[in-house]
Every structure is written in structure tokens, then in C-alpha cells.
Design a protein around this ligand. Structure first.
Ligand code: NI
Length: 256
């Protein structure tokens, strides 16, 4: 039982073999997949995948890097897509100061607006935050995000920031980076964080774990991530799968 909490199977990297690959996931132990939105233009494809495969769900949202292309009209449409029966979260939303743009005030505007939407629709959030630890934390605190719920996806900060987010009750999304030899900071975070607040993710097609680093990623690589978490925390592999699976089901409100 593996819960893939963050994938991008709508990406053109999967155009050649999307159907074949998705069909193969359940027989390889991947029981749930959440495909996460990043730009407005691909949201329909994510919902279409969710409609076609019973184990696929959708998160709709605008990545901070795409916020300069947003307007009120698109936001109204986004809201409708968020009401789709298979939409389980708003994401990925947040702040990214690594790149030159969009400018920070634009990113903040749409981050706040999408947090409000998440609250209004009672959907949890998937947060993308890069080189923006303080602003992300401050905006989430101001929005009382602890009442909404969030996964801090592809967690890239240190133990001190992890502590702040964990104290607010958020989950940390752990992916391929934890297997990298230069992933020491994330290994420390995984050691520190309770297993009850970790979830597994690929962010595929990106960030394939060792031994497939650099290749196209897919949910089939999640066992490598879980094995590394098990090693770091010195717990059985099956326990990592079970607890992270339960965490994700609870987070996305998919309890049976
Ligand atoms: Ni992503």
C-alpha cells in the first residue's frame, strides 16, 4: 500500500506511455495517486485523468511561478474545477523566490487568494515553497492555515523551519531528494519529524530517487524513498508505507 501524494502525470513527459504507466500502478502497490495542478492550462487534463482512473485524484491550483498569468476570470473557473467530485486539495500554491519572477507581490496575492479558496471549500492545501521560508510561514500563519491543513511539498528547508511547520500540524512531503548523497539536510529533517507527519511523493516526472536519479521519475520509484526513510528512522519499511499511507488518506479525507 503506497499513497503517491504528489505527481504530475498530465506532464508531456508522459505523453508516450501515460495510459500504460498509469494502468500498471495499482498492480505495483500504488493504491492512490494525487495529480497536482501547477498552471491553469493543464487543470482540465488533471481532472480528465482523475475521471478516467478510479485511483487518481486531483489537486487544483496555480504554482507561484505561473501566477503572473492569472486573472479574476481564470480564478472563477479554477473555483469551479475545485468543486469537481475528485478534487481533494488546492495546490500547488505558495511562494518561489528562487527564480527571478513573477514579482513577489503577485505571488503573495495569489497565494493568499488560493488559501482563502481552500478555506471556503474546506479543501486542504499543497504548498510549494522555495527560498521563501519566512514569507511562506508568515502568510500561512496570518491565514490560520492550521485550520485548513497543508502538506509542505518537496520540503527543502532545515530542521528549525520543519519544527515550525510541524507545530502547526502540517505534513512534510518527502521525495527523491532524501536519497541523494547531497540530501543531508532533508535526511536530518526526516530523522527529526514524526513519521505521523510525513507523506510520500515523487513530484514526477522530476526528482527521481537514487538509483534512478536523472531519469524520468514515476510513482514506481516510491519504494526507494520509503526505504531511505525506514533506514534513517530505523523502523521497518512496511511501517513507513502503512503510516504514510494512513497520513495521506486522512489528509485528503479519503477515509472509507
Ligand atoms: Ni510539483
Amino acid at each position: 500500500m503506497i499513497f503517491e501524494t504528489h505527481a504530475h502525470y498530465e506532464d508531456k513527459a508522459f505523453d508516450e506511455d501515460r495510459e500504460e504507466l498509469l494502468k500498471s500502478l495499482p498492480e505495483n502497490g500504488i493504491e492512490y495517486v494525487v495529480n497536482v495542478g501547477s498552471e491553469f492550462e493543464t487543470l482540465d487534463r488533471i481532472l480528465e485523468i482523475a475521471g478516467r482512473y478510479p485511483f487518481c485524484y486531483a489537486a487544483v491550483g496555480i504554482h507561484p511561478g505561473s501566477t503572473d498569468k492569472m486573472d479574476e476570470e481564470k480564478f472563477a473557473l479554477l473555483k469551479e474545477k475545485a468543486k469537481h467530485p475528485k478534487t481533494v486539495a488546492i495546490g500547488e500554491i505558495g511562494l518561489d523566490y528562487y527564480w527571478d519572477g513573477p514579482d513577489r507581490s503577485t505571488q503573495k496575492f495569489w497565494f493568499e487568494k488560493q488559501m482563502e479558496l481552500a478555506r471556503e471549500l474546506a479543501l486542504p492545501m499543497i504548498i510549494h515553497s522555495r527560498d521563501a521560508a519566512n514569507d511562506t510561514y508568515e502568510l500561512m500563519k496570518a491565514a490560520h492555515a492550521e485550520e485548513i491543513g497543508a502538506i509542505i511539498h518537496c520540503f527543502g528547508y532545515g530542521v528549525e523551519q520543519a519544527r515550525q511547520y510541524l507545530n502547526m500540524g502540517f505534513y512534510l512531503g518527502i521525495g527523491g531528494v532524501v536519497t541523494f548523497t547531497n540530501g543531508r539536510k532533508l535526511k536530518e529533517v526526516v530523522e527529526y519529524a514524526p513519521l505521523e507527519q510525513l507523506v510520500l511523493e515523487t513530484d514526477c516526472p522530476y526528482l527521481a530517487p537514487v538509483p534512478n536519479r536523472g531519469k524520468r521519475n514515476s510513482s514506481l520509484n516510491l519504494p526507494y524513498v520509503a526505504q531511505e526513510i525506514a533506514r534513517i528512522k530505523n523502523v521497518p519499511y512496511e511501517k513507513v508505507l502503512e503510516i504514510t499511507y494512513n497520513n495521506a488518506k486522512k489528509f485528503y479525507k479519503l477515509e472509507d
